[in-house]
Design a protein around this ligand. Sequence first.
Ligand SMILES: [Zn+2]
Ligand SMILES: [Zn+2]
Length: 637
Amino acid sequence: MYILEVIPIANLPPQVPQLLSYFFSKELPKGAIVEVVIGNRKVLAVVISSEPAENQKILLKKSSFQLKKISSIVSETPLVSETQFKIALWLSQNYFSPLGMCLKTVLPPFFLKQNLEPRMLNLEKSKFHLSGQEIQNSKLLLSRAKNIIKNITSEIKKTLRDKKQILLVVPEISIAKYFYNHLSQHHETVIIHSKINQKQYRQSWDKINSGDAEIIIGTRQALFAPFTNLGLIIVEDPSNEAYKSDMSPKYNTVSLVKKIAKIYSAKLLFVSQAPDVDQYLLSKNESLKLENKIRDLRSEIKIENMLSDISSGNSSIFSRELKNSIDKYLKEKKKVLIFSTRKGYSTSLICENCRFIFKCPQCSVPLRLHVSPADSLICYRCSLIQKIPDHCPNCNSYKLKSAGFAGSEKIKDELNFMFPNTEVVTFDSYVIKNIKQEEEFEARMRDLESFVCIGTQSIFGQRFNLNFDLVGIPNLDSLVTVPDFKAEETLFLQIEKLLDFKPQKIIIQTLHTKNQILETIISGNYEKLYENELKVRKLFWYPPFAKLIKLSFASPDRNKSEYEARILSEKLKMAILQMKFENSVKLMDPSPAFIEKQRGFYVYNIILKIMSDFKISDILKFIPSNWMIDVEPKSIL
Ligand SMILES: [Zn+2]
Ligand SMILES: [Zn+2]
């Protein structure tokens, strides 16, 4: 008789034990897969240890419950490697997520779906040596998108000469494909992302595991591949939002990459147009070597004060300067990008008579107005779609009008009106929904000589392929409407990405022409902006000086959410005091979320700020299981 300790691949709350004990007639190796019964559900579980029952007799006698037998063996051959265990454990500890969920994240998607053949992971020949040392070399390469391949070639060649694998992590599938198309011509290259099918996934997986693959390109899922001898990890655009996982464990790819580089003793290379605040600090402390390969001349950047246009009677989205420039560039058969901050027609619909704003009944946010393909009001929170009402429910007036920031559709309407003979195309996630549409867009762009493209942030994935001669930003202010501590840094990094399109000229329209962010955008000298940022962030305990954790409670009853938030806040205050955590943990007062009502639930948040050497479970163990925990959240709102 043996006592087996197993981790069920299931979502058990992080507050309950993740290791369960079962008995079985024989010993099974670590990493073997079994089926066990929890409650009345059959779930797969990974074996962690087997011990003869006689060693644990005293323990068994003491235990008040009867140990259950495992239901069946799925694979006696270990299918989970030591590295996968390590990564899962790290995810579980750092994001306070159930270990079973973390194991599921680490395992490939075909793991639970197919008959598990032992050939899937050949653990015996894992060649890498695990080491606990710090990352040897990490470097930040500043480069324009179109020069990245040229600039990383020597690093790639050096790594391949040492017979080591290279992992290239990118935020988007279209970017993965760009690198694949270029690198697969010269090297044995595989690709991993969420849209490849099970068979391709498995082929890539096997090639990585056998050591045949030299370069592995992928989105964040590629981090869990079974590398045999990883020598270099390249991360493109490390501050990209797509690197934060939306699902539990809600991990941050850049943090995980650092861990994986340590596990494999691999070199780490970040590539972007400009450093973010974190990297700036690291490079100042010389723990990140900065290599600047941006040598291109900066585009001419012109700031247009929209107040003067409005006061002189111009009610258009476009200032006279921007309109004239578009006209001039189109006459010269050039390409124009209008950077739009919003999809749809406008950010809201209001009643002209009583100023009533149409809001989502579920989420309390203004509904966005869309005119294509059909007139509708759409909630961006819960995807609710409504027909546009013909009158105001408040005063019965029929005078309804669009309001708020202009979206892509409204910009398109105006452009079509001003330049009736020009091709105007839109690239946003509402119009371009999948890879096929993206490819059609690219093909069409190649055929057109001169055109105007309206693009939201999604156009950034195209900065490897496309150039624009003129870039117009109709409303810079609409880019910073959310009062997040990262707002200015994010805005600066977005403009730097626009420069990747190699425009001759950028015209920025704003109502606020005097501020430091505009100076930084024009000069590209982020030092002053970042030095100020660092001072503020250090003082108020923000990243990179502290780690943020967002605790959220949601209930259909607002009073209940508010009450729970207050109770937990008091409890945490007491805990911090009693455990003497004051120098490591700071607690912000509970507050309703920026969008308080989401899908019918009132959301209240509590933000914890934690010093980096503090073990987060020491404070998170006080959080009841009906609270959501998000470590390193995208936003604290
Ligand atoms: Zn009204
Ligand atoms: Zn909604």
